[in-house]
Design a protein around this ligand. Structure first.
Ligand code: BGC
Length: 776
């Protein structure tokens, strides 16, 4: 077809597209043309996008709403067929799951060179905790309580990903989670909305920078909107049902913080909200996100979640659910192809409007414009930068620092840690030399072959490698069926050819020849993460057996725990002399473990999820309501407690030890009275009373003593991470104003209420000192 013919043809298509609308409008007055720049601008389009919209046929508009994946590391069915021809004919708006400048360029060329208007694709990827240089899993990163570090991790991830052909990340995941049976607790920032909100902001800033047009920044996508982290029984994709008050006060804040920080896109969740699947939920998208929060940018569904609305039984066929979704103001359909295959029909039958399709298409094109794609479709394929930056020495050094900062020291009896570098160490356990497991879940672009194992890390710092005696000791699990389910992305649980007894015997032998045992135990990388819910979150029996055997040697035991969730480790706590929780530290995790075990780095991580005493205690978190019969601490009858276990978790939110000690002075208020519009301060002196320098996370909690609704026993309202050399002290000052005391009341008004408040300052959520002030 020559250019002239194309123009005639496109005019024809525009007419076909526009005529029914004009005809329909003949009955209404006044008739407004809906295919001009001015009109599209009223829908929020820029001049460039508005102009483009005037040229698009309805089929091409619908094509923009389609997000496909060609396969690879996927989390569901791959629906799209004839991907290439769809890209060539404008039936695809975006693609995800491919990377590499060359490969992505090819895909981009298919769309740009062949489709009628040459609109570039937006290319997405799950860049979750680093891109090719992998940082600790998000739950680990949250334990750093270091917003600069977290922002920087997202910044580096964006630099690597944008050189690799990706301009849109499906991160941050900010779902509050209080049930460690849910495997995806690993992907979020834990149980607290205040901390979660600060992390959400830091991540958005890190990915998007100050200018999305800068080709080293990328579009962030906050997910999973909404409430995905609260499924019944911790079962992934499961039913969520919660009061509006809990929703507004505890679960929505981190998403809102991301929106307020300017996040460029939002992803739907798989669950229902008030019995309506999120991907078709008008309340959460139209009313909350669009109207209340004024979010006018791109909303994408989660993987096949439009299609899944049929399983939720809120629609009979794809046409029904797809139109529900569009009407809920969802713009882009990830993988279902429900929009692509049914919206035209729905339009013809009057079930959706052109305007609804226009709105969605404009928001997608606007995202492409913000990324600079409409000017230069190939700006994210920077092979030179990819060569020098991806997995660079600097990025690895940062990963090592971030990993060490994420570790939480849970026990250190008689200061057995740090270890001396010339000690004879028995390094045992299934994770001591397991490269495959070091990166953790959701590290799709990470190459585990590039990761450092604990054995390598320890050997690199030990005075002599001859002092390090290694034995596997046990399989992560002996259960072959379980291993098969975990190993879907590769062999993470390797079942040894040797029997359990043989492996234990070898471990005992090396232990007997050593000064100390370092037992590297825990979960395989994909025992947490998506579709990895568990009913038993304690150590696998194979490892329990190993630990029991090691104990019989009488040698001191340092346990290094790999985990994507808080685990039930009460028994192990008694069996070992020290316990360092290292989550999954990423590419440089093995080096970081050595840094901390040998004391080159003083651990400073603090938990962002409570560790339950046992499974029956779930959910346990620090900001519970008091109840009418609060726990008296001695498990008595007729109180809100258990008669067989305490209410308190094994380790509370905010807990974590250091190789040094910190002494807190008395918290001091600048005034006991806070008047509206004014502020008061609360300050505390913190001193390093130990022998080494270290970081401390000073935490502020507030209790609203009397409210119009029941109020939590404490809520995190501030924190500061400080660094103190031995003997040094510092005054930490928190500012309290009315804004900080606001909450959603019974009628969902966001207000602070007058009266008494307790401000609590301390080293974790339990060990606090309290002072009282009044809001007048
Ligand atoms: C997950 C999302 C992810 C998407 C694309 C889904 O299964 O829930 O978090 O971004 O897949 O990979």
């Amino acid at each position: 077809m020559n250019r002239h013919l194309i123009t005639v043809f496109s005019l024809l298509l525009v007419c076909i597209n526009v005529l029914p609308v004009i005809n329909a409008q003949k009955t209404k007055k006044p008739a407004v043309s809906t295919n001009n720049v001015t009109y599209y601008k009223t829908l929020g389009a820029s001049k460039k996008v508005a102009l483009l919209m005037t040229k698009l046929t309805i089929d091409e508009k619908i094509g923009q709403l389609n997000l496909i994946t060609p396969g690879g590391t996927v989390t569901g069915e791959v629906v799209s067929k004839d991907v290439e021809s769809k890209m060539k004919t404008g039936k695809v708006g975006g693609i995800f799951g491919i990377r590499g400048a060359g490969k992505v360029r090819q895909a981009q060329e298919l769309a740009v060179k062949n489709s009628r208007l040459g609109i570039p694709l937006i290319v997405g990827m799950d860049v979750i905790h680093g891109h090719q240089t992998v940082f600790p899993i998000p739950l680990g990163m949250s334990c750093t309580w270091d917003m600069k570090l977290i922002e920087q991790s997202a910044r580096i991830a964006a630099r690597e990903a944008t050189a690799d052909g990706i301009m849109w990340t499906f991160s941050p995941m900010v779902d509050i989670a209080r049930d460690p049976r849910w495997g995806r607790i690993s992907e979020g920032s834990g149980e607290d909305p205040y901390l979660g909100s600060r992390i959400a902001e830091a991540m958005v800033k890190g990915y998007q920078g100050t200018d999305l047009n800068d080709p080293t920044t990328m579009l962030a996508c906050v997910k999973h909107f909404a409430l995905y982290g609260a499924p019944e029984g911790g079962r992934d994709y499961g039913t969520v049902d919660m009061s509006k008050l809990r929703m507004y006060n505890e679960y929505l804040p981190p998403y809102k913080a991301a929106v307020d920080a300017g996040v460029g896109s939002v992803m739907t969740s798989f669950n229902v909200i008030d019995y309506v699947p999120a991907s078709g939920n008008k309340f959460i998208f139209k009313d909350v996100l669009r109207k209340k929060w004024k979010f006018n940018d791109l909303v994408v569904t989660d993987y096949t979640s439009i299609m899944e609305m049929m399983e939720h039984s809120t629609g009979e066929n794809m046409q029904e659910v797809a139109s529900q979704s569009l009407k809920a103001t969802i713009d882009m359909d990830m993988v279902s192809e429900g929009f692509l295959s049914t919206l035209k029909k729905s339009l013809d039958e009057g079930k959706v409007t052109v305007k609804e399709i226009d709105n969605a298409c404009i928001r997608i094109l606007m995202a492409k414009e913000r990324l600079g794609l409409l000017d230069d479709p190939y700006r994210y394929f920077d092979e030179k930068r990819a060569e020098t930056e991806i997995l660079s020495a600097e990025n690895r050094a940062f990963a090592r620092k971030a990993a060490a900062a994420s570790f939480v020291l849970l026990k250190n009896e008689n200061n057995i840690l740090p270890l001396k570098k010339d000690m004879k160490i028995a390094l045992v356990g299934p994770l001591a030399d397991s490269r495959r497991n070091m990166l953790g879940t959701w590290s799709v672009s990470g190459d585990h072959e590039k990761a450092v194992t604990v054995l390598e890390g320890i050997k690199s710092l030990a005075t002599s490698t001859n002092n390090i005696l290694h034995a596997k000791g046990a399989n992560i699990s002996d259960d072959k069926d379980f291993a098969r389910r975990v190993n879907v992305f590769g062999e993470e649980i390797v079942i040894d050819v040797r029997s359990a007894d043989e492996m234990i015997k070898e471990a005992i032998e090396v232990a007997q020849k050593s000064d100390v045992i370092v037992a590297v135990l825990g979960e395989a990388a994909d025992m947490s993460g998506e579709a990895s819910s568990m009913t038993d979150i304690s150590l696998q029996s194979s490892q329990k057996k190993l630990l029991a055997a090691l104990k019989t040697t009488g040698k001191p035991i340092v346990m290094v725990l790999y985990n994507g969730r808080p685990m039930v480790i009460k028994d192990e706590m008694n069996d070992v002399n020290a316990l360092l929780d290292v989550w999954f530290g990423g590419t440089e995790g093995g080096h970081a473990v050595a840094d901390v075990l040998f004391g080159d780095v003083n651990p400073s991580g603090k938990l962002t999820t409570s560790f339950p005493v046992n499974m029956g205690q779930i959910p346990v978190y620090h900001s519970m309501l008091n109840t009418g019969r609060p726990d008296s601490g001695n498990q008595s009858k007729f109180r809100s407690n258990y008669i067989d276990a305490p209410n308190n978790p094994l380790f509370p939110f905010g807990y974590g030890l250091s190789y040094t000690t910190f002494e807190y002075g008395k918290p001091v208020l600048s005034s006991q009275k806070l008047t509206k519009g004014k502020e008061l301060t609360i300050s505390v002196n913190v001193k390093n009373t130990g022998k080494v320098a270290g970081h401390e996370v000073v935490q502020l909690y507030i209790r609203d003593v009397v409210g119009s609704i029941a109020r939590p026993v404490k809520e995190l309202k501030g924190f500061e991470k400080i660094y103190l050399t031995p003997g040094e002290s510092k005054e930490v000052v928190f500012t309290i104003n009315e804004e900080l005391l606001k909450f959603y009341n019974e009628t969902l008004e966001y207000k602070a209420e007058k009266g008494q408040f307790n401000a609590m300052i301390g080293t974790n959520s339990v060990n606090v000192q309290s002072v009282t002030f009044y809001l007048e």
